[in-house]
Write a protein that binds this ligand. Structure first.
Ligand code: ZN
Length: 370
């Protein structure tokens, strides 16, 4: 597998690849989720393994013609390991269904052969320990050994300790490429052992043009909804069920009432509630931003509806609900009952936004004459 690296990452790749592993044995790429950091990490690994004599070609993510590049693209370079949670490996296997060799690369054949249990969302300690034997023998080829790990936030505590030990006593000619969205969720001991490299979110015009190239309809709206992260926008645009669910939720949010809250929760509660809660969170963030600053971020095409709703509701009610949704989002992975959770949140939203039942003035709005 070799993904074409989105062009906004070209300079980052060049800068990292030119160091040829000299600057540090552990490179931590961090920045907003959904902007291409994993593809960048993969391209960097490929460039460190590439055996072209031409440094220019190596630094562009590998020449694509040498044996090393071919092995890497087929997912079986002997000096490369990718460590990701099983759930991520499974999702990538689906996305890359034309290239099944990648599907179970990192989860390990042993675990994937165990049958139908739910794929782990964590990087487990045995995945990290398996690296010990990988790094304890000489490299197969003349270049580097590279280990790509993501998302770093999913290391469980024991696995994080095992990785820390390796970072503290770095094996020879080995480069760790670690990828994270949230530095705050990674043990400081690990962060301190890495060379941190911030990867910036591309400008909206660049990201929108790229989405248009990928044949995404409504590219600008999709990008806004994804908080400016183009790969997240692309993934969402290809998720037909998600697009339908999102449309259904927005229709309710734009014209809320308590009966519609129940019907919407019923419809959306058949799927895991994570996306719905995130969309509600973004919508509330826009309502609150509209009220406080007059500017919104996620729903530019719904600005009239948001202005109307936000102007009529109490700011304190919106903020209270916003906080509650933030709390729910932190623990949304294991809700007892998605429908009940959404019923409760959407009913609270309908109450908070209902103009007719609110007092005609707002405690946070300056009052003119008393
Ligand atoms: Zn090559």
């Amino acid at each position: 597998m070799h993904l074409t690296l989105p062009d906004w990452l070209d300079d980052d790749l060049r800068h990292l690849a030119e160091q040829e592993g000299r600057s540090h044995h552990a490179i931590l790429l961090y920045g907003q989720g959904g902007i291409g950091k994993r593809a960048l990490g993969s391209a960097l690994a490929r460039s460190l393994l590439c055996e072209s004599v031409d440094p220019e070609r190596r630094h562009q993510g590998g020449c694509g013609e040498c044996p090393a590049c071919h092995w890497f693209d087929q997912g079986n370079h002997p000096d490369f390991r990718k460590v990701v949670p099983e759930a991520v490996a499974a999702a990538e296997g689906q996305e890359l269904s034309d290239d099944p060799s990648q599907a179970d690369e990192s989860a390990g054949a042993e675990t994937s052969a165990r049958g139908k249990r739910t794929p782990s969302r964590e990087i487990r300690v045995d995945q990290v320990r398996a690296l010990q034997s990988f790094v304890s023998v000489a490299t197969h080829r003349s270049r580097f050994r590279t280990i790509l790990v993501y998302p770093l936030e999913t290391l469980n505590d024991v696995a994080a300790n095992a990785l820390l030990k390796m970072l503290e006593e770095p094996p020879a000619r080995t480069v760790f490429i670690l990828v994270a969205d949230h530095l705050g969720r990674i043990p400081a001991t690990i962060v301190s052992r890495c060379r941190k490299t911030f990867i910036a979110t591309p400008p909206a015009a660049v990201a929108t043009a790229w989405l248009v190239e990928q044949q995404v309809v409504d590219a600008a709206a999709m990008l806004a909804m994804a908080g400016g992260a183009p790969l997240a926008a692309l993934a969402f645009s290809r998720d037909d069920d998600g697009v339908v669910a999102h449309g259904r939720l927005l229709a309710f949010l734009a014209r809320p009432d308590s009966e519609a809250a129940l019907a919407t929760a019923e419809a959306l509660g058949r799927a895991p509630p994570g996306p719905s809660v995130r969309w509600l969170q973004q919508w509330l963030a826009d309502c609150i931003a509209q009220r406080l600053t007059g500017r919104i971020r996620y729903h530019p095409t719904q600005s009239a509806a948001i202005a109307g709703l936000a102007g009529g509701a109490r700011l304190s009610s919106m903020m209270d609900l916003g906080e509650r949704v933030n709390d729910v989002r932190r623990s949304v992975d294991h809700p007892l009952n998605p429908r009940l959770l959404l019923e409760s949140l959407l009913s609270a939203y309908a109450d908070a936004m209902s103009v007719s039942t609110q007092a005609p003035f707002d405690e946070h709005r300056p009052t003119a004459v008393r």
